[in-house]
Design a protein around this ligand. Structure first.
Ligand SMILES: Cc1ncc(COP(=O)(O)O)c(C=O)c1O
Length: 432
């Protein structure tokens, strides 16, 4: 007899913050705004750390680029995370919240000397993107005691639309360059070594990360055998996906942790390389599901399609326009009404890809309704821009005790014009 395992598919996504609470917040703070849920963020980090509790040196370096707000970094620091930085300003943010030294992983590319200098000053773990950077560091800032390399497996692995196929992606060392590079480091007095990769982004297949670990563990053994170099840490990168769409399943972290533990016992321990640290640098899975873009319906327009105009636009969340990414939308107070209307939900940019949803089934939307765009807590606000003179919104944090803290104010017209020195340019003209 054949048993078919039925996986229950939840075909809708419920808001994890009570709709009435969101209404209350929207009555106090002007829309659009980002809203983050402290409790959700803390729980998710704890789940990830628990999955790797078998590894003494496991560390999650939160990818600052996902949500570069020091108030959120404070929370992550309290939970035991380090910071994965990719630029000078991200390093400055980490330093401001007291995350320094080997609690910073500096994974950058096409990197200016200044950025390396700051990373060196903070004692960060530096992860080089290219073999030429060894010489570049030597000439500009010298080499630190510890260095890591980012591996690009090229045709050996498949990536996806967000990060690109490894073969076409600009990142990392080839396999041959890894061996050449570690030998160069050794010859130049570097004492400790790391190995890193970041092959996919928003990946929901748990086994993908297990295969990534296998790939890095095997190379680690080969490096030891060929170069007599003991890799101190292996960084599996970020890229754990989140269920943006109804029906998608979150990655089973427990399974990932257990399966990687098994590989560690099979590959690393017999080679005599234990203890070796396993690291990750996720952003999306930590804050993504716990951040929402809250916006108000301000217009509707019926032509060849039916449009709902909201007061946020692609400048506040560019993922749908940039990648065609799906973000679920809830209409507050109408979550249980039939989704019997079909709308494009649009912003006000002069760009036709300024759409949060296309041909989406939603309940009937009226002007003044509050719409919540889900899963915007990573690579959301941080990807914001000012095209068409648009301003970035405020960021609010719903604390565990139910209070709301404005953790970043909205940009103002004064901010927008502040880099221009032009006589007679008035940020707030009087409207007659
Ligand atoms: C080098 C590196 N590490 C980590 C991340 C975080 O990825 P995610 O937020 O998908 O986990 C990124 C994302 O762009 C990245 O480029």
């Amino acid at each position: 007899m054949v048993f078919v395992r039925r996986v229950p598919l939840l075909m809708t996504k419920r808001l994890s913050i009570d709709g009435a609470k969101i209404q209350e917040i929207a009555a106090e703070f002007p829309t659009p705004f980002y809203l983050y849920d402290e409790a959700g963020i803390r729980n998710t980090v704890r789940e990830l750390l628990a999955a790797f509790s078998w590894c003494e040196g496991f560390r999650e370096y939160f990818a600052v680029k996902a949500t570069p707000n020091p108030h959120l970094l404070d929370i992550l620091k309290e939970e035991g995370c380090g910071a994965d930085c990719s630029s000078l300003n991200e390093l400055v943010l980490s330093e401001a919240v007291g995350v320094t030294g080997d609690w910073i992983m500096f994974t950058s590319n096409n990197t200016p000397a200044n950025d390396y200098a700051k990373a060196m000053q903070l004692g960060a773990l530096i992860n080089l993107d290219d073999i030429t950077q060894i010489q570049y560091m030597l000439e500009n800032v010298g080499l630190p005691e510890v260095l890591s390399f980012r591996y690009n497996p090229g045709p050996l692995r498949e990536g996806n639309a967000i990060i690109g196929n490894p073969e076409e992606a600009k990142y990392g060392f080839t396999r041959e360059q890894l061996f050449e590079g570690y030998a160069m480091l050794k010859a130049n007095g570097v004492e400790r070594f790391g190995l890193h990769t970041m092959v996919a982004s928003n990946e929901l297949n748990a086994d993908f990360f297990v295969e990534t670990a296998r790939m890095l563990f095997e190379i680690t053994v080969e490096i030891f055998q060929k170069l007599d170099i003991n890799i101190d840490f292996v960084n599996l990168g970020g890229g754990i996906g989140i269920p943006y769409k109804p029906g998608e399943q979150a990655v089973d972290l427990k399974h990932v942790g257990q399966a990687i533990h098994q590989l560690y016992k099979e590959i690393i321990e017999p080679a005599g390389l234990h203890p070796m640290k396993v690291l990750m640098e996720n952003g999306r899975m930590i804050t993504g599901p716990h951040g929402f873009l809250v916006t108000k319906a301000i217009h509707h327009k019926d032509i060849y399609r039916n449009y709902i105009g909201v007061d946020a636009c692609m400048a506040n969340l560019m993922r749908p326009g940039m990648y065609g990414a799906y973000h679920h939308i809830s209409v507050v107070g109408k979550e249980d009404e039939p989704a019997d209307q079909v709308y494009d939900v649009v912003g006000s940019l002069c760009e036709n890809n300024d759409k949060f949803a296309i041909n989406r089934n939603l309940p009937r939307i009226d002007e003044g309704d509050i719409l919540v765009i889900h899963d915007a807590g990573a690579h959301g606000h941080s990807m914001g821009f000012q095209y068409n003179g648009k301003l970035r919104s405020a960021e609010l944090l719903l604390r565990e005790d139910g209070t709301v803290q404005e953790i970043r104010r909205a940009e103002t017209a004064e901010d927008y014009f502040s880099t221009l020195d032009y006589p007679g340019l008035v940020a707030r003209p009087t409207l007659s």
